[in-house]
Design a protein around this ligand. Structure first.
Ligand SMILES: Nc1nc2c(ncn2[C@@H]2O[C@H](COP(=O)(O)OP(=O)(O)O)[C@@H](O)[C@H]2O)c(=O)[nH]1
Ligand code: SF4
Ligand SMILES: [Mg+2]
Length: 422
């Protein structure tokens, strides 16, 4: 199901131009003569990380130009379909038309985003912005003609969209269910070490188990020390093997070549929505330079253990891989920095305590600053030289990683490979 985004506002404020800018191509007819878009123009696209969306570009709710009955009717129909309403206006232009769109959205319970377009011509005043943002509405100031700042505007728009889009559209894929046939077998490798909580499994492991059962698959749970023995007892290879990232090198070494394998952390990067972006981000490890700032972000503040994964192990593996010192910072819980611009890389935890929306927002915030973001599992697999193998169940993510790795910052092949010497 596509998220339907209605573009409303007066004629000539730049609704079609805004859509063209977001789409990165000319899809909607624009014109300096008011009233060009007489019909509702539909434009379907993949607006990552939100997902598949459909823009409905309307003719315009207007109190200036001659109103065509038909156009108004069609605009009302777009309101009937919209999951999110985007009101496009210009700096200092707020009158009956804008109030009409805002009140119509409120009456129907449709979330609203205000786009103040044409900021190249005039700067919106504080009082105007306050009025547009009344009731906590997200306001984005942009110029649809300024293509150099396109990425910033589109990122801000995606951010606003992620905040308001109904939960249903953020619905996640299965955790493992789509990777195993019904009646299939998945092996879950769960180390029971000092980091494992006493007497129970951790949430991602339990959720993976439940998801396998929901998809009529069987799950075999073993410690890494019993893995090969368990494999030998199966009368056919398993359909998938999933392990804790900390034993990924061992798992890959012991898993027969044709057997699909991955890590819990990678499954959860996908489940939380950011696998493509985070696979791409892993390639940035190869481009780190001495002294670069790296942010290790954990989304809950658990008690740090002696050999803590985020505070001790990952920094150690990074140092060993790069061969130089990095400026590693750790943040935990809700205190994710608002401005990530100083960082060369963000390495995020599995985010099991965050909602998909929260994680997508964090990825988006990094994207807005041009800062690559990856996650613990992807980073650990990369540092152990096995990321290609554990990404192979996800061809699009594998492709994104390989492309990012091959291109480097300067478009040249990056010489260093993701292999860690133990
Ligand atoms: N200077 C400037 N002109 C814009 C901007 N956005 C749109 N326009 C111009 O405004 C006119 C109307 O744009 P259009 O997208 O057709 O408006 P619509 O009727 O709301 O769909 C066109 O001449 C556009 O080139 C902008 O951000 N800055
Ligand atoms: S939220 Fe992050 S740090 Fe906390 S338990 Fe989950 S993966 Fe670990
Ligand atoms: Mg138009």
């Amino acid at each position: 199901m596509r998220l339907q985004i209605g573009l409303f506002g007066r004629t000539n404020v730049g609704k079609s131009s805004f859509l063209n800018m977001v789409a990165g191509q000319d899809v909607a007819l624009t014109s300096p003569v008011p009233g060009t878009t007489t019909d509702v123009v539909e434009k379907a696209m993949e607006l990552l990380p939100v997902g598949p969306v459909m823009f409905l570009d309307t003719g315009g709710v207007d109190d200036i130009s001659v109103l065509s009955e038909l156009r108004l009717m069609r605009t009302a129909k777009a309101f009937d379909r919209a999951d999110v309403a985007v009101l496009v206006t210009e700096p200092e232009v707020w009158g009956a038309s804008e109030e009409l769109v805002a009140s119509e959205a409120a009456r129907r319970g449709i979330p609203l985003i205000v786009v103040v377009n044409k900021t190249d011509q005039a700067t919106p005043s504080e009082s105007f912005l306050a009025r547009a943002g009344k009731g906590g509405v997200s306001v984005i100031a942009c110029s649809s003609k300024n293509m150099r700042s396109r990425d910033l505007y589109v990122c801000a728009f995606k951010d606003a969209l992620l905040k308001v889009c109904p939960e249903d559209f953020l619905r996640t894929p299965a955790i493992v269910g789509d990777l195993i046939p019904a009646g299939g077998v998945v092996v879950l490798i769960v180390p029971i070490d000092i980091e494992a909580p006493k007497g129970r499994l951790i949430l991602p492991q339990v959720q993976t188990l439940r998801d396998a059962l929901d998809h009529d698959a069987a799950a075999l749970v073993v410690k890494e020390t019993d893995y090969t023995r368990a494999l030998a007892r199966l009368n056919a290879p398993p359909d998938l093997v999933v392990c804790d990232s900390q034993v990924v090198d061992r798992m890959v070494a012991e898993t027969p070549a044709g057997v699909a394998c991955t890590t819990f952390s990678i499954l959860f990067a996908r489940f939380k929505g950011g696998l493509l972006e985070e696979a791409r981000g892993a390639a940035a490890i190869a481009r780190l330079k001495p002294g670069d700032r790296v942010l290790i972000a954990e989304s809950c503040s658990h008690h740090a253990l002696e050999d803590d994964i985020g505070r001790v192990k990952i920094p150690r593996w990074l140092r060993r891989y790069t061969g130089f010192a990095l400026d590693v910072n750790v943040c935990s819980g809700r205190d994710y920095p608002a401005d990530l611009a100083d960082y060369a890389l963000v390495i995020h935890c599995g985010a099991c305590m965050l909602t998909r929306r929260e994680m997508l927002l964090r990825i988006e915030q990094a994207g807005a600053r041009g800062v690559p973001i990856t996650n613990y599992g992807l980073c650990i697999s990369f540092l152990h030289g096995v990321l290609d193998r554990v990404l192979s169940p996800f061809p699009a993510a594998l492709d994104a990683f390989r492309r990012a790795k091959a291109s480097g910052c300067d478009g040249k092949e990056v010489p260093r490979d993701g292999a860690l010497a133990h």
